[in-house]
Design a protein around this ligand. Structure first.
Ligand SMILES: [Zn+2]
Length: 294
């Protein structure tokens, strides 16, 4: 058994290496970092459950790190918290190995098509994502919520904070909630409005997640540190304030550039960093949300 915090290096495709670090959240629950997103691993005698799978080029290193934990083989169930490449890079090997891949139906629909992101600047600008072959697609999808025999529960974060397929996975025994990119643990969030996310969904999603957790729940986002209930409350305040300001500007007919120049997140930037890229994307997301057929 690897000690908590151990760093495991492993080769992956093309001879490059990435290093996966791990920390233990509970006796049978681990957080692995370095594969492209935070990965939550639940181990048991019946095999493992994994939430998100990192980038495809890191899948080998991640699999090797996972295999080092007791009761971690095979990975029987993989959750995709949404369709992005950072989350779905282990779908191919685990799907081929016969794992059940659980996701919201919208995530499966996105993975069935080629995606060309339309963004001129910021995250994913100029990038494309190739559709997945059938074996790599989620093979158990849902619309609302579900539960595993082990008691692990999962549900749709219907507000579309990040994409229109965002889900949470809740481990009741350990009181840990994995939330994908619907909540960020570091820096300004990415809003992928091309696949359904929007700024109003960040506020709505946070409020919805608050109804799933209690004050002792550990909330694990895809990016950054583990968050507390108090952190969520702080984020609801902040994004609520920013959303209201953007809403007023939209109603007055301002453009995204004017929105960025108005600095609607000014008082939060000392803690969060420059918000320009986030604000532009948030502004665009409101246009996309309010006039989806435009
Ligand atoms: Zn994402």
């Amino acid at each position: 058994m690897k000690a908590a915090g151990a760093t495991l290096a492993a080769p992956y495709a093309f001879g490059q290496t990435t290093s996966i670090s791990s920390s233990q959240i509970a006796s049978d629950l681990y957080l692995l970092s370095g594969a492209g997103c935070n990965v939550v691993l639940h181990t048991s005698n019946d095999g493992a459950v994994m939430v998100d799978g990192g980038l495809a080029q890191n899948a080998g290193a991640l699999a090797q790190a996972v295999a080092a934990f007791p009761n971690s083989r095979p990975v029987r169930i993989l959750f995709n918290t949404h369709w992005h490449p950072e989350q779905t890079g282990s779908n191919a090997p685990l799907g081929a190995a016969g794992a059940t891949i659980i996701a919201h139906e919208n995530t499966r629909l996105w993975l069935q098509q080629d995606i060309t992101f339309p963004y001129a600047t910021g995250p994913y600008s100029g990038q494309k994502a190739k559709k997945f072959p059938k074996v790599s697609q989620p093979n158990k999808t849902f619309y609302d919520k579900g539960a595993l025999d082990s008691g692990i529960r999962y549900g749709y974060i219907a507000d579309a904070a990040h994409t229109d397929g965002d889900i949470y996975v809740y481990f009741p025994q350990q009181n840990v909630l994995a939330v994908g990119d619907a909540v960020y643990g570091q820096g300004w969030p990415v809003i992928d409005w091309w696949t359904g996310g929007w700024i109003g969904g960040i506020v709505g999603g946070l409020q919805r997640i608050q109804t799933v957790v209690n004050k002792d729940t550990k909330i694990v986002p895809s990016v950054g540190r583990v968050l507390s209930f108090a952190d969520l409350a702080e984020q609801v305040e902040m994004y609520g304030t920013i959303y209201d300001r953007l809403n007023q500007m939209i109603n007055k007919g301002h453009s995204p550039t004017e929105g960025v120049e108005a600095k609607p997140a000014k008082e939060f930037e000392a803690k969060m960093g420059n918000a320009d890229v986030f604000i532009r994307r948030a502004f665009e997301s409101m246009w996309a949300y309010l006039s989806p057929d435009a």
